[in-house]
Design a protein around this ligand. Structure first.
Ligand code: ADP
Ligand code: MG
Length: 726
């Protein structure tokens, strides 16, 4: 019998401990299980790996994964082993004996997954072996590498495609990528022969990421203050050249920042060491070129800063998207200067590319610049670029926030700037404008007669840099305009908005500074989080693996919320599968039990509140109730022990149920009335209880209705939205 989606979901629970597939994963897996070649386009962190790892377990033979980076294979395989999934890889780091041994075991059916690089298929010897392996599925990860129009084209990806399609018994094929423009998508599907209606595209948008662009003169200073503001968050800083990496790295180190660096000029051992220190949370940042790349799947990267303008939006989005894979908030900040564009253009001109290809690259760069100066939602801009038309504003990015956010009234200074622009005849750029306002002795001012203007030196209490910065803010708000950003010497002119300010018809308002760094992830509630993190770190060091591979931050957070004390409860935490329960359950449970004993109210062993006991208030109150209920206490008992109303206790429990905590709803909703209650809610809406109560038989209590409202909400939340594939 063919495996079904239900079988797949069972495997997901067993091995990964996730209760269900995400809607996109479901569509992709369904398509595969129906025996169709399939393509999935899903943003970074969307969960692409599961789309082949789970089917691999259901197919009788082997799933081969084509993965671009040898350096990551070991890591990927180690992780699968931790989840109890037999996997292996073949690459040039193995001795011939080791490789032979693995091939033997592959033939014997000991592995479900095999990772290889595309180049491997170019070896005649391997190709012969490949033909004999019982391969059911070939997954092409980072499939955009196949396309010449993509940003990481690898010729060996094409050769690989030919070899696979030429196999005597063609396996199922799946292509996965996070970034594919419509052109690239077309290329991938036609090369791999994937039918158009088997392409499943998930929205590009990442709801947990906030994007910012900042035109910045002193980038090092900006970065330093940014890092100082949240020293406990780790992230990546991308620079465009090795030299810049070295420079920034040195500057950060001498400022006392725990930093690592990564670029292709370092030897392999140094690079590995840097990557490892970053993965293991031993440094706050890694400063890197784009060589630090694809497949870095550290899940708790909290920010990605680009120190320079990247050359296209695909690379930018892919790099920035390495923030917040765990679904927790992440920030993506792009710092740039028009000089970056000049450098990038120069690099394209100097490259060995064909004239046609150079033009394409220039187009992409122009688009990147448009992103950098975009004044509406940045996520919408990105979504459109990837061919998605109907994206909604994200409400989180710089432009979105400045629409809704705080404004600063800068009319006084703006008037000085605007009149100066006017007196200069709108013929000069930012540099001369700020020099004039500052009253600089620069010879060029004399040459142009700017030192004779009445506005010369009217802002001499400010530095030139400050003046320029204010001008940028006025530019961003559309008071000033600049001729084409791509000109080397763009000139500044006034817009109608500025003219209104000069006439006294409106005030000059700009987005208040400090827009970013809104404390993204609130600190988890209790001291328990730190205890669990510490434990995770200890184990990680002992086992020589990165901490997040043991459990993600989000999994630890969930433990703090639910406070599991038995193995079954622990197993119910999303992110805890069977293998991890067996391996790590005990030490984590021990810590949690101790914590619960010391803090839970109503526990006989709870010490008298004193300076040493942990404050109860830090565990959310409804969760405290739920824990007591789970421990077998009745609603009445809890109400008495906590000195709260019965109704409040019920509300707590329903809220927990709604949030996905296990709750036996039938205790609260009489089975014989449930259907009618649900219908009444459906018909009358859930915002008022009274009309619902009146529409139902006398004996149905308010409590039952409240419970039904919560249950319904819980069901709605867990049900995937119905969306067709596009
Ligand atoms: P991608 O390759 O698309 O960037 P990954 O496969 O690395 O993403 O998965 C991103 C994160 O999402 C991982 O931490 C993974 O464990 C988690 N994840 C994947 N599928 C699910 C699911 N169905 N429910 C909850 N978390 C999931
Ligand atoms: Mg991936």
């Amino acid at each position: 019998m063919l495996p079904t989606l239900a079988d797949a979901e069972r495997m997901l629970r067993k091995h990964f401990g996730y209760p269900s597939f995400r809607p996109g994963q479901r569509r992709i897996i369904e398509s595969l299980l129906a025996g169709r070649d399939t393509m999935g386009i899903m943003p970074t962190g969307g969960g692409k790996s599961v789309c082949y790892q789970i089917p691999a377990l259901l197919f009788p033979g082997i799933t081969v994964v084509i993965s671009p980076l040898i350096s990551l294979m070991k890591d990927q395989v180690d992780r699968l082993l931790l989840h109890g999934i037999p996997a292996t890889f073949l690459n040039s780091t193995l001795s011939p004996e080791e490789a032979d041994e693995r091939i033997r075991r592959l033939m014997a059916g000991e592995y479900k997954l095999l990772y290889i690089a595309p180049e491997r298929l170019e070896s005649e010897r391997f190709h012969t072996i490949f033909q004999r392996l019982p391969v059911d599925l070939v997954t092409v990860d980072e499939a955009h590498c196949i396309s010449q129009w993509g940003h990481d084209f690898r010729p060996s990806y094409r050769t690989m495609a030919e070899k696979i399609l030429g196999l005597p018994k063609k396996p199922l094929i799946m292509a996965l990528t996070a970034t594919a423009t419509p052109d690239v998508r077309e290329d991938i599907t036609s090369l791999l022969g994937i039918p158009r209606d088997a392409v499943h595209t998930m929205p590009v948008r990442r709801n947990n990421l906030s994007f910012f662009v900042r035109r910045e003169e002193d980038r090092t200073a900006f970065i330093r203050s940014r890092l100082a503001r949240s020293p406990d968050k780790t992230g990546i800083i991308y620079c465009s050249t090795r030299k810049e990496v070295d420079k920034l790295y040195t500057a950060l180190q001498s400022a006392g920042v725990a930093a690592a660096r990564y670029h292709a000029g370092m030897d392999e051992r140094e690079r590995e060491h840097a990557q490892e220190r970053f993965a293991r949370d031993q440094v706050q940042v890694i400063v890197a070129t784009n060589a630090f790349g694809m497949g870095i799947d550290k899940s708790n990267v909290r920010f990605v800063i680009h120190h320079n303008l990247p050359r296209n939006l695909e690379s930018y989005y892919q790099e920035a998207g390495r923030a917040g894979r765990d679904g927790e908030p992440g920030e993506c900040i792009l710092l740039w200067n028009p000089g970056d564009m000049v450098i990038q253009r120069h690099l394209i001109d100097q490259s060995g590319l064909s004239p046609e290809r150079k033009e394409l690259e220039r187009d992409k760069l122009r688009c990147m610049v448009r992103y950098a100066v975009h004044t509406d939602c940045l996520q919408v801009f990105i979504a459109r670029y990837f061919g998605e038309e109907e994206a909604e504003p994200c409400g989180l990015c710089g432009p979105c926030r400045s629409v809704h956010g705080e404004k600063e009234d800068v009319t006084g200074e703006a008037l000085k700037i605007f009149s100066c622009v006017k007196r200069m005849g709108e013929r000069f750029g930012l540099t001369l404008l700020s020099k004039t306002l500052r009253g600089s002795k620069n010879i060029r001012l004399k040459q142009f007669g700017l030192d004779r203007l009445s506005t010369y030196g009217i802002m001499n209490d400010r530095t030139e840099k400050e003046i320029r910065h204010l001008c940028h803010r006025l530019l961003a708000e559309g008071y000033l305009a600049q001729t084409d950003e791509e000109e080397l010497y763009p000139t500044i002119r006034l817009t109608a908005k500025a003219v209104d300010v000069l006439k006294g018809k409106r005030r000059a308002l700009v987005a208040a500074e400090e827009t970013h760094g809104r404390e993204s992830s609130e600190r988890p509630e209790s001291g328990l989080y730190d205890i669990l993190r510490e434990l995770r770190k200890e184990i990680a060091e002992r086992e020589q693996i990165p901490p997040y591979v043991i459990f993600h931050d989000s999994t630890l957070r969930e433990m703090c919320r639910r406070l599991p004390v038995t193995p079954e409860q622990f197993r119910a935490i999303p992110g805890v599968g069977e293998a991890k329960l067996a391996r790590y359950g005990q030490p984590f449970l021990d810590k949690i039990r101790t914590f619960v004993r010391e803090t839970a109210p109503g526990s006989p062993r709870r010490p008298k509140p004193g300076p040493s006991s942990r404050p109860e208030a830090k565990v959310p109150t409804h969760v405290i109730t739920w824990n007591m209920w789970r421990d077998g206490k009745s609603v009445e008992e809890i109400a008495r022990l906590r000195n709260l109303k019965r109704g409040t206790i019920e509300d707590h429990l329903f809220r927990c149920g709604m949030e996905g905590f296990p709750l036996d709803w039938s205790t609260f909703i009489p089975a014989e009335h449930e259907a009618r209650i649900m219908q009444a809610i459906e018909r009358l809406g859930a915002h008022k209880l009274r009309p619902i109560k009146e529409a139902l038989p006398e004996e149905v209590s308010y409590m039952a209705i409240k419970a039904a409202v919560a249950k319904r909400e819980m069901l709605l939340r867990s049900k995937p939205p119905v969306t067709g594939s596009r």
